[in-house]
Design a protein around this ligand. Sequence first.
Ligand code: ADE
Length: 249
Amino acid sequence: MLLGIISALHEEQAGLVEALQGPSTLIHGKREYFLGQLWEIDAVCVLSRIGKVAAAMTATTLVEKFGVTHILFTGVAGAGDASIRVGDIVVAESLVQHDMDASPLFPRFEVPLTGQTHFQPDARLSLRVSSAAHAFLDEDLTHAIAQADREQFGLTQPRVHRGLIASGDLFVHEAVKIDAMNAALPGLVAVEMEGAAVAQVCHELNVPFAVIRAISDNANEHAAHDFMGFVKTVAAQYAFHITRRLCRD
Ligand code: ADE
C-alpha cells in the first residue's frame, strides 16, 4: 500500500509531515510532496490548496507520478444538516459536485458523459477511517485538545456521521444557501470544496479513496469566523490523531 494523504490547508495536515519517518520531498506542479512512512505505512502527504481543480490536479499527480494505491482526503467542512455540530466528524459514503449543473442538457448534478451524479468511496477504507474517527473521539480527544479549546468549540460529545458530502467552488456562508442544498441533496452531511473532485479522479483512475472531515462551522452567516477559529486551533489535532489511528491500529 502507498497511501496518498491530501488536505487543502496547512492547518489540516500539520503534524503529519513531522511524523513522517525517512522523509524526502519533491516539488511538482507548484506543490510540495512529502514522502516517507507513517506508522509503518508508506505515505505521500501533500497540500492541494482550495477548490475542485486544485484537488483534481493533486489527486491525479499522486496517482500518475507517485503511484499511490489509495487516497485519503482529510480536512474540515461545513455542516450539511442541522443535526450535525461543530466538532463532529463526517466520513463520506458518497460525494457529489453541488455546483455541477449542465441542465437542460444533462440532469442537475450529473457529471456530463459519465452518467453519474454521485461517486462512492472505497467501502473498506471508509470503514477503517470511521473506526479511526471513533477511536479518536473515544480515546484521544480529551488529552489531544485542551479543555479551553474543547469548551470554546463546544466539543462535549462529538459524533461520527456517515453520509453524503457535497463539494463545490463555493465557501457556503448563508443559512438560506445551506438549507437549499440540504433540500436538493437528500442525506447531505457536509459541504466542502475538494472531496467530490478527488472522488471523480479516483473513480476514473480506479483508485480506492476515502474522505473524512471535521465540522468547523455551520455553513451559515458565522461560517467564516467559526472556520478560522477551528482551523487555527483544533483541526490539526483531528487530522493527526485520526490518521495515526488509521495507520497504526
Ligand atoms: N469548508 C469548511 N467550511 C466550509 C463551508 N462552510 N463551505 C465550504 N467549504 C467549507
